[in-house]
Design a protein around this ligand. Structure first.
Ligand code: NAD
Length: 311
């Protein structure tokens, strides 16, 4: 496993990391025992970075992850969780300092740890950016100064919100999802800006939240019909080449020198084994070109958050 330094922090993250949202049953109903085994397998195979949020499965992912981490020594994993998002409706977001402070304490209790390495504001495009900038980020700065969190960042979907944030604040890292994958590489626009400021880049959802898997996207996937159809063609094209579409999707997403770590989610220990093995190799460039061409004339994006925060 390759390890990369996260921006200006002293964290060295595995190039492939574990996203714990599936532990909350986000993609399908899961077996808790399998979920716990998946976490242990990930750590045993060299993954040292785990991401979660109270939002995933309405706190279930944090609770299951906490059970998995009970038997693991704290120095074996770099842990991130989030605050501010607690559901899918605008009313389920709260970026007030009071809620962030309480949320962190609740997360620590569920996770069974004394502290997290990174705390993110979760999907800030759903918040009022004035509140995010005037109240939420200062709250994270204070938590960092008090030593309650080691580092902080923001997460979200529109590229624009990260550009806005780093204009005003010296943040440690950003986490974005579905923006550097076979179907969409919008993150590349932002990379020079983040690199110039030393902001660590975490890329999530290399399969586009299930688009580039044999099982396909879950029913709640926000992508349009054309994107779902192009993804189905990608699955078929890979089948014709005798390769699993998730293998190519993963290899493509992690193969960018500025992306410190890519988060992939699964609650199946066999999948994490495959993912670690796949991450050791580069993708076939000819197949990548064919797959990218399937998405060339498709709108691969979707609205996320307030209209004013869209790209
Ligand atoms: P993903 O692209 O990692 O896809 C997960 C899906 O891929 C699941 O259905 C899983 O079963 C399947 N999968 C994984 N490995 C597989 C394999 N080898 N074979 C077949 N299928 C496989 O999407 P994700 O889980 O949404 O993203 C990863 C993590 O990134 C999340 O768990 C979360 O921690 C983080 N994330 C954060 C945000 C945010 O902060 N806003 C958003 C999305 C994701």
């Amino acid at each position: 496993m390759q390890y990369n330094k996260l921006g200006k922090t002293d964290l060295n993250l595995s190039k492939l990391s574990y996203g714990a949202s599936p532990l909350g049953g986000v993609f399908r109903n899961i077996s808790e025992a399998d979920g716990i085994r998946t976490v242990h397998t990930a750590l045993d195979l060299g993954i040292n970075h785990i991401d979660v949020s109270p939002y995933y499965g309405d706190t279930v992912a944090e609770t299951v992850l906490g059970k998995a981490l009970k038997t693991v020594s704290r120095d074996r994993f770099i842990l991130s969780t989030k605050a501010g998002r607690y559901g899918s409706e605008f009313a389920d977001f709260d970026f007030s300092a009071k809620r962030i402070n309480a949320s962190l304490e609740e997360s620590l209790a569920r996770l069974g740890v004394d502290g997290v390495d990174i705390l993110y504001l979760h999907d800030i495009e759903f918040g009022d950016l004035n509140q995010v900038f005037e109240e939420a980020i200062p709250c994270l700065q204070a938590l960092k100064a008090q030593g309650k969190i080691r580092y902080f960042g923001v997460t979200g979907y529109p590229v624009k919100i990260f550009e806005e944030t780093v204009k005003h604040f010296d943040i440690d890292c950003i986490l974005t999802y579905c923006r550097y994958a076979l179907h969409d590489t919008a993150l590349t626009k932002l990379i020079p800006i983040l690199d110039s400021k030393g902001v660590g880049i975490i890329n999530a959802s290399p399969t586009g939240m299930g688009l580039l898997t044999e099982r396909g996207a879950p029913s709640w996937h926000p992508g349009n019909k054309e994107l779902l159809a192009a993804s189905a063609k990608a699955v078929k094209l890979c089948q014709e080449h005798g390769v699993d579409v998730t293998e190519v999707a993963l290899q493509f997403a992690i193969d960018h020198p500025s992306i410190v770590s890519t988060l992939v989610g699964t609650a199946n220990p066999l999948n994490i084994e495959k993912n670690v093995k796949w991450a050791e190799k580069k993708p076939d460039p000819v197949l990548v070109e064919k797959l990218r061409a399937l998405f060339a004339n498709v709108d691969c994006t979707w609205p996320s958050g307030h209209a004013t925060n869209q790209d």
